[in-house]
Design a protein around this ligand. Sequence first.
Ligand code: ADP
Ligand code: MG
Length: 237
Amino acid sequence: LKPLPKDAPIGLLQDNTFSRYSGATNFKELPLSKRTQDGLKRANYSKMTDIQRASLPHSLCGRDILGAAKTGSGKTLAFVIPVLEKLYKERWGPEDGVGSIIISPTRELAGQLFDVLKTVGKFHNFSAGLLIGGRKEVETEKEHVNVLNILVCTPGRLLQHMDETPNFDCSQLQVLVLDEADRILDVGFKKTLNAIVAQLPKRRQTLLFSATQTKSIQDLARLSLKDPEYLSVHEDA
Ligand code: ADP
Ligand code: MG
């Protein structure tokens, strides 16, 4: 066997190979693109947290995930990494439009996860946008939304763009993420989320992460999850 070139698009794991990586403890043991590895290294991430170790071997295979782990346990990287790897593997480019939507319940949390995405995705060429602005910024956002590959947004603002932005197109969506999924699936967002999901393609990967596990059949049906992997970890740290 010849060694792979350094920047080879190693891509996603085959669907049945996750078990080979289930014992991995460091990011460098996972078959991630060099760009993601470099982003992780630059941010000084080396050892995976429990939720990352439990979920990445599955999410990198393209599986749907319902992940639960308490606040501060590193859930952001558990979905940012598979988003980057999926789009990289698909050779996603400027003309391909929206490849991933990451929904967060509050502006503040959306801003924080956007910073993580920028840091770890630093060496990728994807365009990403934070769509959470106030009333004034919506017009500026509308000019840019159609050229973004990764959208980080709050539910209300995403729906506003779906309804108001000309040519808004997410028909090629590859990965949908709900961060703090239990809060987004809560009654307060129910109407908004249903309206959003109705406009998304059903064939996609869906990653749900929250502090508490949701197994409500209704919620899962609503999101058309496919044979999801339920992962709950409770860390001591
Ligand atoms: P959660 O979403 O579960 O509340 P975050 O993703 O916000 O957790 O991460 C909490 C903190 O842990 C952040 O400061 C983040 O930088 C740090 N962190 C996440 N993953 C790792 C890791 N593998 N190694 C070291 N620190 C990490
Ligand atoms: Mg979080």
